[in-house]
Design a protein around this ligand. Structure first.
Ligand code: HEM
Ligand code: MG
Length: 261
């Protein structure tokens, strides 16, 4: 029972106690009438009341406050994210969006998600265990690194491209997708080494809950736009299926090609 659990503490082996949940932000899953969407983190922040629990009225102010308090996102970064999301509300000059407005396929929501089905196959916004199991199969070992994240992203895209006749993944989708796939490292991981404990990430996706029970605490250093740019750049490199660092092949080497030389 979430309200009760939030006020309990567990004794650890060493005799210390650790809060089971986040003070002032108990985890309360969505009830009937609450809106949720395709973003596991916005759903999570709503479940903890960092943004409106009902999933409505995501104003710039509320998004900045929620991402700031919940994840230590810089206000300027949260503000840019709000600007990118406001098109979800079809009203002209809208000042807020709702979490269910994010569900509109091929607006912000896209194919080949890590934890959601493609719209072609069914529900595009509720967590899907089968899809997430495929994603997890690329996260080998207790620590996920950037190469494993990249592999899961590419695998989901290849599956969709092969089996979904309506597969769409534009250059703009790619930019959003890189941000989404790196997000677990930003929220829960080591932003220098680009690694994250797999248990935290799985707990987050599968429960839409911040993994404080597993010892996670909000990062003490603020996340700014340039940090995200650096990390998405590294992820972009890791998604390449070729292994050399150079981007062109010399004429000489091409001349040695036995097939088309
Ligand atoms: C996915 C919106 C903030 C983590 C998505 C998707 C949308 C979205 C529309 C669905 C894309 C798809 O089809 O997979 C937003 C908005 C945000 C926000 C409007 C704030 C204004 C965040 C933050 C994080 C995050 C702060 C974590 C640091 C993720 C992840 C996915 C995702 C991991 C991928 C889910 C998957 O592939 O299954 N977000 N998001 N988001 N978002 Fe967010
Ligand atoms: Mg999707």
């Amino acid at each position: 029972f979430p309200l009760l659990a939030s006020s309990l503490t567990i004794g650890l082996a060493c005799g210390q106690t650790q809060p089971l949940s986040i003070p002032g932000h108990p985890w309360i899953p969505a009830g009937s009438g609450d809106f949720r969407g395709p973003c596991p983190m916005m759903n999570t922040l709503a479940n903890h009341g960092f943004i409106q629990h009902d999933g409505r009225n995501m104003t710039r102010e509320n998004v900045i406050k929620g991402l700031g308090e919940g994840l230590n996102f810089d206000p300027a970064l949260a503000s840019v994210m709000f600007d990118q999301a406001i098109i979800a509300n079809p009203e002209p000059n809208a000042t807020y969006f709702t979490l269910d407005q994010l569900n509109k396929h091929n607006l912000l929501e896209h194919d080949a998600s890590l934890s959601r089905s493609d719209a072609y196959f069914g529900n595009n916004h509720v967590f899907n265990q089968t899809v997430f199991d495929q994603t997890k199969s690329y996260w080998q070992g207790p620590v996920i690194d950037i190469n494993m994240l990249a592999n899961s992203k590419v695998a989901r895209q290849l599956t969709s491209k092969a089996f979904n006749p309506t597969y769409v993944f534009t250059l703009l989708t790619e930019e959003f997708s890189l941000g989404e796939v790196i997000a677990p490292i930003i929220a829960f991981g080591d932003t220098d080494n680009l690694t994250v404990n797999r248990s935290l990430v799985e707990y987050f996706f599968e429960n839409e809950r911040l993994p404080s029970e597993l010892g996670w605490k909000v990062r003490s250093d603020v996340v700014a736009l340039q940090d995200v740019a650096r990390m998405t750049g590294a992820l972009r490199n890791a998604t390449k299926l070729t292994t050399d660092s150079a981007t062109t092949v010399s004429k000489r080497a091409l001349g040695r090609n036995p097939h088309f030389g």
